[in-house]
Ligand binder design. Structure first.
Ligand code: ZN
Length: 603
């Protein structure tokens, strides 16, 4: 087995050992049995509830076991991406996943045509009580489907239709090149995938040419990308009609477990507080000695090098000490994680990039994957992933059906962890001003992305779908819509004429065919946890039990109800969101204060 920091023996004593082999074989045979039983049952009714209860309860247990081995192999392949034995197990599990989907189809069939009375009785059974919310969601999901024949046809045609447009976009953007003119005059053909990092360079001229020459390339393929965008939206709108979905945002809101009213309240608050987001960009302009920013300045770094390396021990301590100082229970939790070796952190060959938190409800444990390169950003990643692990810890006694939460609630505990760390860093006399500035810049930079960039994407997409209901849009109509939205959100802080008219073409997110309105849940999650943090700052430690109630309920109800029941706030009103956004004033004020000092010392 490859070298790794984390201890995985609680999953299985050894890879491909007798325990693991038997475990996998039992899942396979149980799944086959269960599929056979479910297929033989008619729609849920008064007289077959005991049988269906058995199917649902065993399905839940099976999912827990599949999740256990899935998490295990996920850990292994991330550390050693080229190991063929691991890849083989991964392929076996994806075949298993296809069988699980067949079983899910049977569960949806059971619920779809069950009457309200029968369903009410069913979820009232003792063995299913706290699964009522999850089953209700499955039922609603099933009700927004066409009959089996039409759904089957739509799925088959989707391969050559909507998904083919998505694949065409992937191929096109993967092959697209642009002529990059370097400051020394040298011109080079570069793949589009390199443009993003060039637009994050400190040299403004580099960012500008990358932006302009990149957009020339996008202009050359705009007819194709516009066709893809029109076709993807058109297919969704047509299917919505057949499935009885009234509004294109209903699907997105259902997936996010929120109402359209909540989404509206959040956006209303973003607009009423839009000056705060613009102030962040004004500070950025200021550092560059300008009044406004251009589109290609949005990801410009501070002129500060992250060159004060923080060793692993120092990084670990910083997270632990910051957590312990304001939230002792979280501090103890992270210490336990260190002691039990739950974190894979060392840089090594063959390791995948990125970071994640995974876990198993079977052993009630989590594991954190990351690569620690001694930067303050890595310390923040550790706090972020530790927040996810804490969320699972709080949910550990909940059944699997009551532990699945939507994307809108998924980032609350992680962002909360980040904010506690940042507060700890700011109060820590051993952290240099420069590192404090880098930390604040990261936090404030997130603010700009979540308050300006993502709302602009959402507003563009919403307007596009609105217009698309009446017919296809031309390239110039889409460009105009994009520029209009950017002007509306960014206002006068964005230099006139420096918008990005091809943003819709270059952004992959608009072409992900599996998820509709992919972007806004990030803003939702960010602001929700800022709102929680604002309450914590106001109420102190008394707030923490209610915060834990919030985490404990995340798989048991809609976002609105979870928040109402745990912390007594109303997400359908803008007030909560306004407070959350105003919380950004603190780090922004600190950054405005500290920047002139560190920039002067930097020469
Ligand atoms: Zn996360």
């Amino acid at each position: 087995m490859a070298d790794m920091n984390w201890d995985l023996t609680d999953y299985f004593p050894e890879f491909n050992g007798p325990e693991m082999v038997a475990f996998k074989a039992t899942i396979e045979s149980d799944l086959a049995d269960l599929l056979q039983k479910a297929t033989g049952l008619s729609v849920l009714d008064v007289d077959n509830q005991t049988d269906w209860e058995d199917v649902f309860v065993r399905y839940e247990d099976l999912m827990t076991r599949v999740g256990h081995i899935g998490s295990y192999v996920g850990c292994l392949t991330s550390v050693d991406a080229n190991n063929e034995e691991y890849s083989k197990l991964e392929a076996d599990l994806s075949r298993l996943g296809a069988e699980v989907s067949k079983l899910s189809v049977e569960l949806l069939r059971a619920l779809k045509d069950a009457t309200d009375d029968v369903f009410g009785q069913f979820v009232g059974r003792a063995a299913l009580g706290d699964a009522a919310y999850a089953l209700g969601r499955m039922r609603r999901d099933a009700q927004f489907t066409m009959d089996a024949l039409r759904e089957g046809l739509a799925a088959d045609l989707g391969v050559d239709g909507i998904h083919a447009w998505g694949r065409l976009y992937d191929t096109l953007s993967g092959k697209l090149e642009f002529d990059m003119v370097h400051p020394d005059g040298k011109t080079e053909k570069l793949p589009m995938s390199q443009r993003r990092s060039l637009m994050e360079k400190s040299d403004r001229a580099v960012r500008q040419t990358a932006f302009e020459s990149g957009n020339e390339a996008w202009a050359g393929v705009a007819d194709v990308t516009a066709s893809a965008l029109n076709a993807i939206a058109g297919t969704r709108l047509t299917l919505n009609g057949y499935r009885g979905v009234d509004h294109f945002l209903d699907v997105a809101c259902f997936q996010a477990a929120i109402t359209q009213k909540t989404l509206g309240a959040m956006l209303e608050a973003i607009h009423s507080e839009i000056e705060l987001g613009r102030r962040i960009l004004r500070l950025k302009a200021d550092v560059m000695g300008r009044d406004t920013v251009a589109w290609y300045d949005l990801n410009a770094p501070l002129p500060l090098a992250d060159d004060e390396p923080l060793g692993w021990q120092a990084g670990k301590d910083l997270v632990h000490d910051s957590f312990s100082r304001s939230y002792p229970k979280l501090g103890d939790f992270v210490q336990q994680m260190y002691d039990d070796n739950w974190v894979e952190w060392a840089p090594r060959a063959g390791k995948r990039p990125g970071a994640f938190c995974t876990g198993s409800k079977r052993i009630k444990q989590s594991r954190i994957f990351m690569t620690y390169n001694n930067t303050i950003g890595d310390v923040i990643t550790l706090a972020h992933e530790a927040g996810h692990a804490f969320h699972s810890y709080i949910l550990r006694e909940k059944r699997s059906f009551a532990s699945r939460y939507p994307m809108t609630l998924a980032e609350s505990a992680s962002t909360f962890g980040e904010m506690i760390l940042m507060e700890g860093i700011m109060e820590n006399p051993e952290v240099s001003d420069k590192q404090k500035a880098l930390t604040l810049d990261m936090e404030v930079g997130h603010g700009a992305a979540y308050l300006m960039d993502i709302p602009a994407r959402f507003e563009f997409e919403k307007a596009f779908y609105q217009a698309r209901q009446k017919g296809e849009l031309s390239v110039s109509e889409i460009k105009d819509l994009m520029v209009e939205t950017q002007r509306h959100i960014f206002g006068d802080v964005l230099e006139e004429g420096s918008e990005d008219p091809y943003f819709w073409a270059s952004k992959l997110h608009f072409y992900i065919t599996g998820v509709t309105f992919y972007n806004y849940p990030y803003t939702f999650g960010f602001l929700l946890s800022r709102g929680l943090f604002a309450l914590f700052q106001k109420e102190g430690p008394d707030f923490l039990p209610r915060y834990e109630d919030f985490l404990r309920l995340t798989g048991s109800d809609t976002c609105e109800n979870v928040v109402k029941q745990s912390i007594g706030q109303d997400l359908e009103k803008p007030d909560f969101w306004v407070q959350a956004i105003r919380g950004m004033e603190v780090p922004l004020g600190q950054l405005e204060d500290i920047l002139p000092r560190v920039l002067n010392n930097n020469g």
